[in-house]
Ligand binder design. Structure first.
Ligand code: IPM
Ligand code: MN
Length: 353
């Protein structure tokens, strides 16, 4: 009998390739530690949509709901119009399963080259908690008088007290588990309505329930500057959905590239499955070439194992990733002498050491 049931959504492009490497590592971990997973593959994404016209039907959604976790590669193909797969699959899963936390570490591992001159690993180890169900992502808005020169397009940012409070609470708790500092990132000087809700809730929770956590506030534009110039300012950063989307790509660059950026879409209440995915996309230009770096997918696997309570296995993944990154230096999969599968094979060895 399996300890954890996991739905596997490889998706499009390099998604299935990097997930395959993660699953090799998972096989090895199950042999090393005392746990078993049952995995069920789901064929979803842009390619499947082009073949069948189906993005994600209710029956599949109900099936997915019964898993303990979802392990996702990447979805999206260039020949599908923008939004179809993003909204119809990825965001639909995040919203349907109320995965209100998007947990994205920004950590510079020893041996990794960052584009930031002089930056050292000691100065760059924080996590961004991106609100994952609201803001402009909620989809409120529309177009009026389309095709006329009076056309109006609105895209509203939805911020509920319920949504803001719960992600701030998770972030304070995360800060308590880490170095005890939480930074709110927003744009309160311009977005005065949403900003006030975030700020007031942040201050009240901080004063009433998390007095042991130090806190500060940084505008999102300044946060971009500090991610680059002073990443040591940050321990846990919490922000709304769109800002979080944008600044975590910057975070990925700082820590050495999209190939090293992992994420967990979490429902901390555990009513529905959480979903773990590399931050990178399907990279159709390099699909099938053996040049995709599976490290972010393996890091996301580590997050999944930690969330499932497999702490020993998660610690093995973190140590193996650290060892791999320091031994390979600037080498990246090139599809010939060193390919996606070679990275996976080496990680399979390293998790056992
Ligand atoms: C991400 C991606 C998605 C997002 C897209 C593909 C909808 O950029 O996970 O960061 O904006 O959330
Ligand atoms: Mn993004």
């Amino acid at each position: 009998m399996a300890d954890h049931r996991i739905a596997i959504l490889g998706g499009d492009g390099i998604g299935p390739e990097v997930v395959a490497e993660g699953l090799k590592v998972l096989d090895r971990l199950e042999a090393l530690e005392d746990f078993r997973t049952e995995r069920v593959d789901y064929d979803l994404g842009g390619r499947r949509y082009l073949e069948t016209g189906e993005v994600l039907d209710d029956e599949t959604l109900d099936e997915l709901r019964r898993f303990d976790a979802i392990y996702l590669g990447a979805v999206g193909t260039p020949d599908v119009p923008p939004g179809v797969i993003e909204r119809g699959l990825l965001l639909k899963l995040r919203f349907a399963f109320d995965q209100y936390v998007n947990h994205r570490p920004v950590k510079l591992y020893p041996g990794v080259t960052t584009p930031i001159a002089g930056l050292t690993p000691e100065r760059c180890d924080f996590v961004v908690i991106r609100e994952n169900t609201e803001s402009v992502y909620a989809g409120a808005g529309g177009r009026l008088y389309a095709g006329t020169d009076h056309e109006v397009a609105t895209q509203e940012s939805v911020n509920t007290y319920h949504g803001v409070e719960r992600v701030l609470r998770y972030s304070f708790e995360e800060a308590r588990r880490r170095r005890g500092h939480l930074t709110l990132v927003h744009k309160t000087n311009v977005l005065v309505h949403a900003g006030a809700l975030w700020m007031e809730t942040f201050e009240r929770l901080g004063d009433d329930e998390f007095a042991d956590v130090t806190r500060d506030y940084v505008h999102v534009d300044a946060a971009c500057l500090y991610f680059v110039t002073q990443p040591e300012r940050f321990d846990v950063v919490v922000t709304e959905n769109l800002f979080g989307d944008i600044i975590t790509d910057l975070g990925a660059a700082v820590q050495g590239g999209m190939g090293l950026a992992a994420s967990g879409n979490l429902d901390p209440t555990r009513r529905a499955p959480s979903m773990f995915e590399p931050v990178h996309g399907s990279a159709p230009d390099i699909a099938g070439t053996g040049r995709a770096d599976p490290v972010a997918a393996v890091m996301s696997l580590g997050q999944m194992l930690a969330f499932l309570g497999e702490d020993a296995a998660a610690a093995r993944v973190d140590a193996a990733v650290g060892a791999l990154l320091s031994e390979r230096g600037d080498e990246r999969p090139d599809g010939s002498a060193y390919s996606t599968g070679d990275v996976g094979d080496r990680l399979v060895e390293l998790v056992a050491s």
